[in-house]
Write a protein that binds this ligand. Structure first.
Ligand SMILES: *Cc1c(COP(=O)(O)O)cnc(C)c1O
Length: 495
């Protein structure tokens, strides 16, 4: 039976999974949510010999019901292959008294790979199923991690093109090098003379530009979005929470049915929302710890019921969490509003008008499985150093935010449940901040110099993702002003 998706802002809009993957955002501006959250009925202890790919199929088939078994398995096998540097794809590692679910073994060593390595296949399959013959063009504005993961995911996938805009002076040297060396006949990378917001606004404007849409169609193209609100990114992220549980079960680290806590370093609320769906599907999860950096809008929301983005934007050493509007929270709001599209729309309109909204006590009561926490910059760095000194394990700054929040929670509550921390990036990717946290003499040293030291210090081999960019040829030289983004796209596509 087909599972349908409806928009959080209009209860009448109803589409199949493949259409939701293809369009991303609903036409009314809402996000697609499944009409019911399916139950996971396979006993977890029966999966202890399964591969990641098998678990992925068992989870994703429940959501992507209009994909055939052959189609879905094909997408999964193509996505989760030797691009990942370990056969477990997302291994669980015990670090002191907690467990780290390492989501950074993919092509770009950040957790975005978990979803962006499969999204292109889900999307091209969806295009075929819906008789779309146009080539799909993905436009992405990036502040760093998403751009490279999307480029790597879409590179040389037949039937797709991808164009990434990044702020010229707004990403790290390593992130920039990762993008401008990207290979693939269908990829373009453009350095924008502006900040992330101007990149994002320019991309949004092109997505809604009717004239451009017609120009594209005339040449056999259409836009689609690889943004984290696409259910094609959300659904693959549910998989690894089941996978973490299964790994721990098979090693006897937990009993069958034992509840665990999940701790997630959060920005756009996508990763933790996937954890929430896993819980709703029946995974034994007690608490969901939502960890923020100093941009702690979500911590304030969970502790007061008020979402308020009217505050200074703080640049931190965990830049992928420097977000004041967590788009995916809309799906949770819809849920706790009793699936009322009108209430959700009003709150979201209030957010865009005033920058804030307040939820009712009745809505707050349904959030009791969430615990908000945050770490300051100092706490984050101390956590990196403390865990390194105690265990030898080196975390990236995003993971360290979650690690600190986890420690604080255990001290505050004495909750004995085992904690699994979603480890969202390899420390190699943020080697400058990480090494400075451990040893202050590294503070002004060039990141590429530090990279060479890092295998010795961390006792981990240099990931291919880093090795490959050290002396890779720069392939992308395009730059443009914010006002020229559309002309640049027209030029790239020869419109
Ligand atoms: C994107 C990202 C996050 C935040 O994930 P959301 O799904 O946006 O909450 C955390 N850490 C890293 C390294 C990321 O790239």
């Amino acid at each position: 039976m087909d599972l349908w998706y409806k928009s959080t802002r209009d209860s009448k809009e109803r589409v199949r999974a493949s259409e939701a993957v293809l369009t991303g955002l609903a036409p009314d501006g809402g996000l697609y949510v499944p009409e019911t959250v399916p139950e996971f009925t396979v006993p977890l202890k029966d999966l202890t010999d399964a591969r990641y790919q098998d678990v992925a199929y068992e989870v994703m088939r429940l959501f992507l019901t209009d994909y055939t078994e052959a189609e879905l398995k094909d997408c999964i096998e193509k996505a989760y292959d030797s691009k990942f540097d370990v056969p477990e794809i997302a291994p669980v590692v015990k670090v002191g008294y907690v467990y780290h679910l390492e989501l950074f073994h993919g092509a770009t060593i950040a957790f975005k790979d978990m979803a962006l390595s499969i999204l292109p296949y889900l999307m091209t399959t969806a295009a075929r199923k819906n008789q779309v013959e146009n080539e799909i063009v993905i436009l992405t504005a990036t502040s760093g991690d998403t751009g490279k993961a999307a480029l790597a995911g879409f590179a040389d996938v037949p039937g797709t093109r991808i164009i990434v805009f990044y702020p010229k002076d707004g990403v790290s040297k390593i992130q920039e090098r990762q993008m401008v060396t990207q290979k693939g006949g269908n990829v373009d990378v453009v350095a924008l003379h502006g900040n992330f917001d101007s990149a994002q606004n320019g991309v949004k404007a092109m997505y809604t530009d009717q004239a451009l849409k017609e120009e594209l169609a005339a040449d056999g193209y259409q836009f689609s979005s690889a943004n984290s609100i696409n259910i094609g990114r959300l659904v693959p992220q549910i998989v690894y929470y089941f996978w973490a549980y299964i790994q721990m079960l098979s090693r006897g680290q937990i009993e069958d049915g034992e509840e665990i806590n999940l701790v997630v370093p959060t920005g756009n609320f996508g990763n933790i929302l996937a954890a929430y769906y896993a819980k709703r599907m029946g995974l034994p999860v007690k608490k969901l710890l939502c960890a923020s950096n100093e941009n702690k809008v979500l911590y304030d929301f969970f502790t007061t019921g008020i979402y308020d983005k009217n505050r200074d934007f703080i640049l931190t050493i965990s830049p992928s969490m420097d977000i004041l509007i967590s788009s995916n929270l809309e799906r949770l709001i819809y849920e706790i509003a009793g699936e009322d599209a009108r209430i959700t729309r009003e709150l979201m309109e209030e957010l865009s008008r005033t920058g804030r909204y307040t939820i009712t006590q009745e809505m707050r009561d349904q959030l009791d499985c969430f615990v908000g926490g945050f770490a300051t910059e100092t706490q984050t760095k101390e956590q990196i150093r403390e865990v390194y000194q105690r265990t030898g394990y080196i975390m990236d700054p995003h993971t360290a935010v979650a690690s600190f929040v986890c420690k604080q929670y255990r001290v505050d509550t004495n909750d004995p449940a085992k904690c699994v921390i979603a480890s969202t990036a390899s420390p190699y990717k943020f080697v400058g901040s990480v090494m400075s946290a451990i040893d202050s003499s590294c503070e002004n040293v060039d990141e590429f110099t530090l990279l060479k030291e890092f295998p010795k210090l961390s006792h981990t081999p240099m990931p291919p993702a880093i090795r490959d960019i050290l002396d890779a040829e720069v392939l992308h030289h395009r730059e443009c002003d914010p006002g020229q983004m559309k002309a640049t796209v027209e030029d790239i596509l020869h419109l």
